[in-house]
Design a protein around this ligand. Structure first.
Ligand code: PHE
Length: 336
């Protein structure tokens, strides 16, 4: 019994001291192999009497189980060690990571920046307003009477408390007029929301709104500045035309078209074979709107316009599906 215990102790020490997998196999054979120490001892049991043989045999089997357990644990430890060593040798952990491509601004942000660059250079101040808006600023003050069918033009997301997600950037002009004395020129860009979704509509998109109020401002100023802006934006001379259109907050109201930049006015699918592309809404600020903001319409006049940034970006970069802008595929975004 004593010698078996010291044999186990010695084996345990030797197994713990192992530091490579080759040594492990040798040691295992030494103890547990066919001609190993334990097997030999088991064989030696034959000379003992019945009683003694059974007791010793049981002890030896327990010892064997211990040894097996220790060898398995040691194998695991040594294999992990070898793997780690191998990995460390092959991988230079001090190298910088791969695929660390440089990012850049989103095409919509780039387009917005170019629009703002133009109007800022003309002296327009940049204003901001909330995306969760009150009915008053989104509709009422913009001359959409309550229950008037003109409200149905915009598919609005409402909150239970009556507030809403602004459907256009125009509420910012009201907020600006309430707090500033004319003359002034301002612009406001940001997200707007409408319940709509297909290849050319998103439930959230971007608009830039412009407003100029002064003495004797007339449609000619509006036409001049928008013509110049679109020439700047599309980097080429363009033909334009104004079509009468209805927006409750302007009178007269118009939609501005440019000659199709894809077919140069010859007619193609993008312009529905008309040679013209609809680009923005605009008009002379309605006296009702000026009155609501305590701006005297007998003294002041002005124009406003609103342009969709996604629309501009799609035309400028020739993209035929608006949804690409919000899917965030790097293969798409990398091109800008
Ligand atoms: N707010 C209008 C829209 O979203 C655009 C517009 C702005 C039209 C200013 C006229 C004047 O459709």
């Amino acid at each position: 019994m004593d010698s078996l215990l010291s044999l186990l102790e010695q084996a345990h020490r030797e197994i713990e001291a192992l530091n490579d997998i080759k040594g492990l196999e040798g040691l295992r054979i030494h103890y547990l192999g066919k001609k190993g120490v334990l097997t030999q001892t088991l064989k030696g049991l034959k000379v003992l009497g019945e009683e003694e043989r059974r007791a010793t045999g049981q002890n030896l089997n327990e010892a064997k189980a211990h040894l097996n357990e220790w060898f398995t644990a040691a194998r695991e430890r040594l294999e992990n060690q070898a793997l780690l060593k191998d990995t460390v040798q092959k991988i230079d952990v001090t190298l910088p990571g791969r695929g660390e491509g440089q990012g850049h601004l989103h095409p919509i942000t780039q387009t917005l920046a170019r629009v703002e660059q133009y109007f800022m250079s003309c002296g327009f101040l940049v204003a901001e307003g909330p995306e969760i808006e009150m009915d008053y600023y989104n509709f009422e003050a913009l001359n959409f009477p309550r229950f008037h069918p003109s409200r149905a033009l915009q598919d609005t997301f409402y909150f239970k408390d009556g507030r809403l997600l602004r459907t256009h950037a125009s509420p910012v002009q009201i907020r600006f007029m309430e707090t500033h004395e004319p003359p002034f020129q301002m612009m406001a860009s940001g997200r707007v929301y409408r319940c709509d979704y297909d290849v050319s509509h998103l439930p959230m998109f971007h608009q830039t709104e412009g407003l100029m109020i002064g003495k004797g401002i007339c449609f000619a100023e509006l036409k001049g500045i928008l013509d110049d802006f679109l020439r700047f934006f599309f980097e080429r001379p363009l033909k334009s035309r104004f079509r009468p259109s209805f927006f409750p907050f302007v009178e007269p109201g118009a939609e501005m078209d440019i000659s199709c930049i894809l077919c140069e006015g010859m007619g193609c699918r993008a312009c529905k074979h008309t040679g013209w592309l609809e680009i923005l809404g605009c008009g002379m600020v309605h006296p009702n709107v000026l009155n609501k903001c305590k701006v005297d319409p007998n003294k002041w006049s002005g124009f406003a316009f609103g342009v969709g940034i996604e629309r501009l970006a799609m035309l400028f970069y020739r993209i035929d599906d608006i949804r690409l802008f919000c899917e965030n595929h790097t293969r798409f975004l990398k091109q800008f």
